[in-house]
Ligand binder design. Structure first.
Ligand code: IPE
Ligand code: IPE
Ligand code: MG
Length: 232
């Protein structure tokens, strides 16, 4: 059966810590393996002409993690892009982000902004990293944005399209939301954009979520009947 890949897929990349613990390794080893897996899944999604892949990398709630773990997480973007930016460029992948970079160390911020800049002309997969991202935070951001536009007379009235347009990026509605590691919750991810997303929760940890697992999700998605409230 040939698979039809949805245009916008979002993934809650969960289970790095448990993956590491199961192998008697420190949690950081799980985060490293998890970041390597971003490359695998991004290349695969790009090869199948997925338009956008939005990946939850660090939530507004993850500041509650121990300093040591956070410091390691903040180093990962540098390690990742140093190794893979050339390949991403070659593969026509465009890197973007949603979230507030301001609270991150300057080096982390710069390396992400640099990856965005270096790939901005690419027309393949939009690889969007959600960093210091929270769905509620994004809605608050959109409201404040709209207040500015109302004050300046740019808009008079708010509707759904307007809210979508004032979010942190051009992030379109999500077709398929995948969460790895067995948790069945949304954890404040893309609250507005998942209104009609199909959701798939898989038990495998993110570092083990390979192309085959990905295709199993796509296959399941292909069997879903998306009615959007109508009849089909
Ligand atoms: C996801 O893996 C990565 C981040 C939240 C940064 P976790 O670190 O949450 O791994 P588990 O859920 O503890 O196994
Ligand atoms: C969600 O995972 C955030 C990311 C994957 C970045 P968490 O592990 O932080 O979520 P909870 O705590 O299980 O809800
Ligand atoms: Mg987790």
């Amino acid at each position: 059966m040939s698979l039809e890949y949805p245009s916008h897929i979002a993934i809650i990349m969960d289970g790095n810590g448990r993956w590491a613990a199961a192998q008697g390794k420190p949690r950081t080893a799980g985060h490293l393996a998890g970041s390597e897996n971003i490359r695998t899944i991004a290349l695969y999604a790009n090869a199948h002409h997925v338009k956008s892949l939005t990946l939850y990398a660090f939530s507004t709630e993850n500041w509650a993690r121990p300093e040591e773990e956070k410091n390691y997480l903040f180093k990962l973007p540098s390690m990742f892009f140093k190794k893979y930016i050339d390949e991403l460029k070659r593969e026509n992948i465009r890197v973007t982000y949603i979230g507030e970079l301001t609270r991150f160390p300057e080096a982390t911020r710069k390396v992400i902004e640099n990856a965005v800049e270096q790939t901005k002309m690419n027309t393949g997969l939009n690889l969007c990293l959600a960093v210091n991202y929270g769905g509620r935070r994004e809605i608050v951001y959109a409201v404040n944005n709209m207040i500015e536009d109302i004050k300046s007379g740019k808009i008079q009235k708010v509707d759904e399209t307007m809210i979508s347009e004032h979010l942190m990026s051009e992030t379109s509605d999500i077709d398929l939301l995948i969460r790895t590691s067995g948790e069945v919750r949304v954890s404040n991810f893309l609250l507005w954009q998942i209104a009609y997303a199909e959701m798939i929760f898989v038990s495998c940890a993110w570092p083990d979520f390979d192309e085959k697992q990905f295709d199993l999700c796509i296959e399941e998605y292909n069997h879903r009947n998306r009615r959007f409230g109508g009849l089909k």
